[in-house]
Design a binder for this molecule. Structure first.
Ligand SMILES: [Zn+2]
Length: 102
């Protein structure tokens, strides 16, 4: 929130496809209006994420940005995750092996 005069105006996060994220301070009634990147003038997309998270831990920020990138261009893996790991038995009690399986 940024206070302009008597009115508190929320900050909206946008992302330029070329330059990255930037914030726009505007009245709530204009929240959905398109924004232009201040660097290159391209049309920017609104980003829906918590400002508190964005401002915090850089690791959290990287994870959020990776998650956002992955929404448009899913990362490709060469193998199924978790396949190589051996199944870890959760119990060594032989009676547990006789219990009904789902
Ligand atoms: Zn830009």
């Amino acid at each position: 929130m940024t206070v302009i005069g008597e009115v508190s105006v929320p900050t909206y996060a946008f992302r330029c496809p070329h330059c990255g994220g930037f914030d726009v301070v505007r009245p709530m009634r204009e929240a959905g209006a398109p924004a232009r990147c201040p660097e290159c003038g391209s049309a920017a997309r609104r980003v829906f994420e918590s400002p508190a998270l964005r401002a915090g831990d850089p690791g959290v920020r990287r994870a959020l940005e990776a998650s956002e990138r992955s929404a448009d261009e899913p990362a490709v893996v060469s193998s199924v995750p978790g396949r190589s790991r051996k199944a870890i038995p959760t119990s060594r009690d032989p009676r547990h092996a006789r219990l009904p399986r789902p």
